[in-house]
Design a protein around this ligand. Structure first.
Ligand code: NAD
Length: 316
């Protein structure tokens, strides 16, 4: 990776991936873009930024050509709960924008990374130790776009040789940008609420186990996979990756170790609960470990310690 374009750079992942990659590959070699422009002062002041609406292929092609891009990170998204409220938008961004990126990647011979998700699985998928290759019949429009995205990315690799790679992210927990309307958002909101208010109303039921991951591991995964020797990759789109699995009671208990007066009650959001019930509890990520040495660093305890330490320094 020498010249990188990030699409959807203002989101939860993009806002941290951009400085992470600029630090590794050089500020001038990572172009940040989003359909909402201008980008935040920290992203735009630091390096080159521009407006790209990824549903418009020409927008992408112009920037790829102008900066001689060799790797595209396509993070443009409408997340699971939001897409259920607006399925056409979910499809146009989840699939339309991805197809545009793949076409540009084919034309200009770039590599491309587009995250998939635990949302690519459905109620018929084995929920525990979910295999890398298994049944994928999701019941959400978000999931439908993710399965389509995986298939399209593999198609472009096999048919045109486009170097398309991706991972199935679990819920990502972070402390820079709030999540954008997904089913696992509660696992971020709970930390902010614990520190700001000392109490939290949980939208998912006790016992709802889901795969989760701390942002530093999510960022490492991107670089490790994109820098991996292609001859070692048996799979491409998309790799299961996992680091921890917990339910609301477990994360609550972990936070309570640091904030003993913290309380939690439940008010179930039926849309999010139905989505969560259809997703895996814990994926088998042995293919990622074997094919490109995936090896996460954080568990629930170390993540919680770090989240609380960082959020306490912020003026929430
Ligand atoms: P987000 O919702 O926080 O950010 C998405 C960004 O895309 C926003 O800045 C938005 O303005 C931008 N965008 C939307 N439509 C666009 C368009 N037409 N053109 C250009 N930009 C557009 O999402 P995120 O959490 O950063 O997710 C990034 C990727 O990771 C997505 O593919 C998502 O499905 C995947 N993912 C995220 C999680 C998670 O927990 N955050 C989990 C699994 C997978």
């Amino acid at each position: 990776m020498k010249k990188i374009l990030i699409i959807g750079a203002s989101g939860q992942i993009g806002s941290e991936l951009t400085p992470f990659l600029r630090n590794i590959y050089g500020v001038d070699n990572v172009i940040a873009s989003d359909c909402v422009f201008p980008l935040s002062p920290s992203l735009s002041a630091e390096g080159i930024s521009c407006k790209i609406d990824a549903t418009n292929a020409q927008d992408i092609a112009n920037v790829v050509q102008k900066y001689n891009i060799d790797t595209i990170f396509n993070l443009a998204a409408v997340l699971s709960a939001k897409a259920e409220a607006n399925p056409m938008l979910g499809w146009n961004v989840g699939v339309g924008a991805l197809l545009n990126c793949l076409e540009v990647a084919r034309e200009f011979n770039t590599a491309i990374f587009t995250p998939s998700s635990i949302g690519a699985f459905g109620p018929d998928t084995p929920h525990v130790n979910t295999p890398q290759d298994t049944i994928q019949r999701p019941k959400t429009i978000y999931g439908v776009t993710k399965v389509t995205g995986e298939l399209l990315s593999d198609y472009y690799f096999k048919k045109f040789g486009v170097d398309a790679r991706s991972v199935r992210y679990p819920g990502i927990i972070s402390n820079v940008t709030l999540p954008g309307g997904g089913t696992t958002d509660y696992a971020v909101d709970i930390y902010y609420a614990a520190i700001k208010e000392g109490k939290f109303t949980c939208p998912l039921k006790a016992g709802t186990f889901l795969d989760m991951m701390y942002m530093p591991d999510a960022l490492d995964a991107i670089v490790q996979l994109m820098e991996a020797d292609p001859s070692k990759l048996i799979h491409r789109n998309s790799f299961n990756i996992a680091s921890m699995s917990f339910d609301p009671e477990l994360i609550y208990a972990e936070i309570k170790k640091h904030i003993p007066n913290f309380t939690m009650s439940y008010e179930i959001d039926e849309v999010r609960q139905a989505i969560a019930d259809s997703w895996p509890e814990a994926m088998d990520d042995s293919c990622a470990r074997k094919e490109w040495n995936w090896n996460p660093k954080f568990n629930l305890a170390s993540m919680t310690e770090d989240m609380i330490k960082v959020l306490k320094t912020k003026n929430l």
